[in-house]
Design a protein around this ligand. Structure first.
Ligand code: 6GU
Length: 234
């Protein structure tokens, strides 16, 4: 359903954090142009008691509070009314590491519903019943999923048709098919000499085959140095 507008729906206790950074720059321009929409729904709106309780103590004891299945389920089902085919994604440090493939796959659909937890976690039963994917942005713990939504949504939105302008579209960027899973090569612009450092001669040669070969070699060297596991995948 890439014909209609891509709908991002965030379920959170802090709806004021959205669109946040995605309201600026390239994603902000695309939002103003109607290429995607951003809805942030307050999970607390679905609490049923007078105090608007969303969490409770964990069965089995232990520290922290757990978000209630009934309240979270109502929030998810509310979001699903608008985008029944969008994946429901739970943001959690115990999820599958986020990657470019997920961004590309979600960008090809009608939208994404991003569920942000707080406290110690969310009752497992609502995750089992209504969540399609669990995603982490790396091996460290954040206080909540909201900050993790920023990189995940940004990476997804920039893949939507017409979001990147010609100058911003990089056919050869890290993780793009053209680079075959390698990290991007280094870039240079004027001045030709800066603090005693010059620009590699090959880039000024006008010899496109040699430039391509040099960039490929640089990509492999960079990948070997900082992400050797990416080379082992090949
Ligand atoms: Cl998606 N959420 C939280 N709370 N912490 C994280 C994370 C997500 N990814 C890495 N750490």
């Amino acid at each position: 359903m890439s014909s209609s507008i891509f709908k991002a729906h965030i379920l959170t206790l802090f709806p004021e954090l959205f669109p946040g950074p995605m309201g600026h720059s390239i994603t902000g321009r695309a939002l103003s142009e109607g290429k995607w929409s951003c809805t942030a729904t307050d999970i607390r709106d679905f609490a049923t008691d007078k105090r608007k309780t969303v969490d409770d103590t964990p069965y089995g004891g232990g520290a922290g509070m757990v978000m209630r299945a009934d309240v979270v389920a109502e929030a998810i089902e509310h979001a699903k009314k608008e985008t029944p085919n969008a994946p429901v994604v739970f943001m959690t440090p115990t999820g599958t590491p986020f990657n470019q493939g997920m961004a590309n796959r979600w960008a090809a659909g009608e939208g994404v519903i991003l569920l942000c937890g707080h406290y110690e976690g969310i009752d497992q039963r609502v995750l089992d019943a209504l969540v399609d994917e669990e995603v982490s942005i790396g091996d460290y713990v954040l206080t909540g999923g909201e900050i993790a939504v920023y990189p995940v949504l940004d990476a997804t939105i920039r893949q939507l048709p017409g979001v990147l302008g010609n100058d911003e579209t990089l056919a050869e960027e890290s993780f793009s098919p053209a680079l075959e899973g390698l990290l991007e090569y280094p870039h240079y612009t004027r001045p030709e000499e800066w603090r005693g450092q010059t620009v590699p001669e090959v880039l000024k040669s006008g010899h496109h085959a040699k430039i391509d070969a040099w960039r490929k070699e640089q990509s492999i060297a960079k990948t070997q140095k900082v992400r050797p596991e990416l080379l082992k995948k090949k």
